[in-house]
Design a protein around this ligand. Structure first.
Ligand code: FE2
Length: 341
């Protein structure tokens, strides 16, 4: 019998898995094919693929995907002060749901609050877009504000922050100084949940296609970045860099899959909407959770401080998983390969 190439052998392994009627044997055949794929890719790349937190199921991924039915009260961390207990609560919440709402009793909304809370999690970036500060001063929406930014009164579409930077910040912190009387509802979407609801084959196709290195170009405030929409951070977490506004330009071969996600992520079923109280700090995983804000009405406008945390402290990296999960190892390997093309 003629010797099979590596690709043919992989096909044979997947075909055997597809045709296997016994669910347990099928699962083990799929694992075998995944291992083989990972091994071949590692040979090709000349290094081992270490993607901690990549897993084939929700439990192993230490993740609790959610949709618009999540009770916002479940996000709340009520605290009299901020110390090791709150640190653990925040990190655990970020890992599970990718979002929490910290409410510190009788704490004024000053810029040092974000700095103090960030010290528990990880370093603040030294700049945010064209702001050369680690905590950006009050964002006061104005009618004449720049479109697609926190400066405008108009509805802001779903997005992640920092899309024009080489690395998008891992965690965002918004500290609300004042809330609008009407409107200005904050909106969050768990991309991990929405992606899980897509049929496995289609999901894989989308993730891999949008992982090409020229998938999207983001242009805003004289900054431009071209790169994949899904890619691995230097710490091995799957990052989603996506936005649904005029800032993003797409490779023609990515438009169909992008439009699919546009419809999916904007499905009202996934929108968690609530209005933070004055003094609340919303902390969330910018690699996994999209955010938006609806239109601001009235004279009393919403103001908040904003901090970007570049990544978790190295000591927490092995223990707390962030980013989009679960992703089977074979798909992770395909995404990583596509990132290099
Ligand atoms: Fe934003």
């Amino acid at each position: 019998m003629a010797r099979q190439t590596a690709d043919q052998h992989l096909e044979t392994l997947y075909a055997q898995a597809r045709n296997e009627p016994d669910p347990q044997v099928k699962a083990s055949r799929i694992r075998m094919a995944e291992h083989y794929y990972k091994f071949r890719l590692e040979q090709k790349l000349g290094r081992s693929i270490h993607m901690a937190g990549i897993s084939s199921n929700v439990k192993m991924g230490k993740i609790e995907p959610w949709d618009g039915d999540l009770n916002p009260k479940d996000l709340l961390i009520d605290a009299d002060d901020v110390g090791d207990i709150q640190q653990n609560q925040i990190l655990t919440a970020l890992e599970k749901r990718g979002i929490c709402q910290l409410r510190i009793t009788a704490q004024s909304a000053d810029d040092y609050v974000i700095k103090a809370v960030a010290k528990l999690i990880g370093p603040l970036t030294r700049r945010q877009n064209d702001f050369k500060k680690d905590v950006v001063k009050l964002i006061v929406p104005k009618a004449a504000g720049v479109a697609n930014s926190g400066d405008t009164l108009a509805d802001l579409g779903l997005h992640v922050d920092g899309t024009q930077h080489t690395e998008t910040p891992c965690i965002l912190m918004f500290h609300y100084v004042s809330a609008a009387k009407l409107g200005a509802t904050s909106v969050f979407v768990d991309t991990a949940r929405a992606l899980l609801d897509i049929k496995a084959d289609r999901r894989q196709q989308i993730l891999v296609n949008l992982a090409r290195s020229d998938a999207a170009t983001f242009s805003k405030k004289k900054m431009v970045h071209t790169g994949p929409i899904f890619y691995f951070s230097p710490t091995g977490r799957l990052v989603g860099r996506i936005r649904f506004d005029s800032v993003i330009g797409l490779h023609p071969e990515c438009i169909d899959d992008f439009n699919y996600l546009l419809r999916k992520f904007n499905d009202s079923k996934y929108r968690l909407e609530f209005k933070p109280r004055e003094g609340d700090i919303i902390i969330f995983d910018n690699w996994r959770v999209l955010h938006a804000r609806d239109e601001v009405f009235g004279k009393k406008v919403r103001q908040h401080w904003r901090g970007w945390v570049s990544n978790l402290k190295p000591a927490f990296q092995p223990d707390y998983f962030l980013g989009i999960r679960p992703i089977p190892a074979a798909i992770a390997a395909k995404i990583e390969a596509a990132n290099k093309r």
